[in-house]
Design a protein around this ligand. Structure first.
Ligand code: NDP
Length: 496
């Protein structure tokens, strides 16, 4: 890489990664790049730290994780400022993002013992002489690979679950946001100075690939679907399991009995917060015919008030500007209409709010992740058509429904991991709700109880409490005993 490139484009010089602001080009900071050997060495240190961390037990870890949570809350303005400097996102967006991270950290710390700790399970009649015990044991070291669009909450979600479960973590932040990533690691070290339980490795994609091959017990990946496939291929070499949080093309359905101003407000926020660079951002709306015109007018009126450089920050990754321009131009060329913004909306490093209607279903704006402050609104006859069109995508991350009588039923029919009813994106902020997608949006879950179990292995133990009444698992069983087993089976399970 050379030093003469677009603001925000990361530069590697003499083994150092330099991160800059996408609007001004101001330097956010610099960190050393880790090659494969450095990654392996970091994971080796993490393996030792994991033993110390595990020995603290749930209570010891909870106390330290809550201290980290409190430190983040005390210094939330500092974290938000740094995030704004590095990504360009408005300060308020950064604060809201940090708030969600704090929620996940708090929930994971407080609930890990209940969800993962040792418990007895109910005995089954066929093995009544044995008691069953279940606990969830950590993998050891978890590798967390994160994206740039939400550099606080996307890594802190899996990091919270992995640490609370007793793992050490090696974290590879996006090359666009290494400084926020390093801040998280440094502040954790302030409250846990004894061992490198949470470490960062910095660099480009090859550093992430090295992490997948470094001997970690599990990988948590958040990023694009294309990179997810490379991560899985690298993990497959050593049968390393992975949880995949990938892209989306989320839809909002507006039903006939929806509160139109509320739906419009949520559609605008859900599609344009963080300048639309949100994996669970609303990219498509399906509005039923009776309320369509009123809804479109309300969206245009609200989105028209947003200003670039104020509520709408710059596009963090300069290369994304071309994709957003291409999607808008392709939608217009195929017959779509811009009722706000449109051709010329892309003014690097900003994109002004763009609302498109009558966009054909085969255009890129309708099929691929746009990741900008654009929104398509499509008129449909009824909720059934809305669901069918919303589900016509290989992605399946989140979604939203506005309505009253049938809203929950419609939400259940959306092919996605999460849906917000009468709001947008809210599921990401509840520490006790699992987060993840289906199809091209990935698999596995972070957050909530499923998110804790994702970073641990179920360990099942049986303990004999007495002699066997129905000795099945021995060569010393007699034909009479086998006949007894059959008789018992018939009594227990043979009835129609
Ligand atoms: P990328 O897939 O480009 O990168 C994600 C991370 O993977 C980065 O840290 C990247 O490093 C790293 N990486 C790149 N190549 C490899 C490789 N071969 N092996 C291992 N790691 C690698 O995604 P973006 O950073 O552009 O993030 C945007 C995407 O993330 C969008 O698709 C968005 O929808 C998705 N996303 C999903 C979320 C979810 O929870 N489902 C949440 C937030 C975003 P580097 O940056 O250095 O290339």
């Amino acid at each position: 890489m050379t030093a003469t490139r677009a603001p925000g484009q990361p530069v590697v010089e003499d083994g150092v990664l330099i991160s800059t602001n996408p609007a001004s080009g101001a330097e956010a900071g610099r960190v050393p790049v880790a090659g494969a050997e450095a990654v392996n060495e970091t994971v080796r240190r993490a393996r030792e730290a994991a033993l110390w961390w595990q020995a603290l037990g749930y209570d010891g870890r909870r106390e330290r994780l809550l201290r980290w949570r409190s430190l983040i809350v005390r210094r939330i303005e500092e974290l938000a400022r740094l995030t704004t400097l590095e990504t360009g996102k408005p300060d308020a967006d950064a604060v809201v993002e940090a708030t969600a991270a704090v929620e996940h950290l708090d929930w994971a710390a407080r609930n890990a013992k209940r969800v993962l700790g040792p418990r007895k399970v109910r005995t089954r009649l066929l093995l009544a002489e044995h008691s069953g015990h279940l606990e969830y044991q950590p993998y050891g070291v978890v590798g967390v690979i994160g994206p740039w669009n939400y550099p606080i909450v996307t890594p802190v979600g899996p990091i919270s679950g992995a640490l609370a479960a007793g793992n050490a973590v090696v974290f590879k932040p996006s090359e666009y946001t290494p400084i926020v990533g390093q801040w998280l690691v440094d502040t954790f070290a302030e409250v846990v100075p004894e061992q490198p339980v949470l470490q960062a490795v910095h660099g480009l994609g090859d550093t992430g690939a090295a992490l997948c091959r470094s001997g970690v017990g599990k990988v948590s990946f958040t990023g694009s679907t294309a990179t997810a496939k490379k991560v899985l291929a690298a993990c497959a070499e050593n049968l390393v399991p992975a949880v995949i949080e990938a892209g989306g093309k989320d839809a909002l359905i507006v039903d006939a009995d929806a509160d139109i101003p509320a739906a419009a407000e949520a559609a605008v926020w859900g599609s344009m917060t963080n300048a639309g660079q949100t994996c669970i951002g609303i990219e498509r709306v399906y509005a039923v015919a009776p309320i369509y015109d009123a809804f479109v007018s309300a969206v245009v009126e609200k989105a028209g008030k947003l200003r670039t450089g104020e509520e709408i920050g710059p596009i963090t990754m300069p290369g994304q500007l071309d994709i957003i321009r291409d999607h808008i131009d392709d939608a217009l060329a195929k017959g779509g209409t811009a009722v706000l913004g449109g051709s010329g909306a892309v003014q690097p490093p900003y994109v002004s709010p763009t609302v498109l209607v009558e966009v054909p279903a085969d255009s890129r704006e309708m099929r691929d992740e746009t990741f900008g402050p654009t929104l398509t609104i499509t008129k449909v006859a009824d909720a059934d058509e809305a669901v069918q069109k919303a589900n016509d995508t290989p992605y399946g991350l989140g979604g939203a429904v506005f309505g009253k009588r049938n809203a929950l039923r419609i939400a259940r029919r959306l092919r996605s991991g999460m849906v917000a009813v009468n709001s947008t994106l809210t599921f990401v902020g509840m520490g006790n709700l699992p987060f993840g997608g289906v199809g091209d949006s990935g698999f596995g879950r972070i957050h909530g109880e499923d998110g804790l179990r994702e970073f641990s292995r179920a360990k099942s133990i049986t303990v004999r409490r007495g002699p066997s009444l129905l000795p099945a698992m021995t060569f010393e069983r007699t034909p009479a005993q086998v006949a007894n087993i059959v008789k018992t089976l018939r009594v227990l399970y043979g009835r129609k």
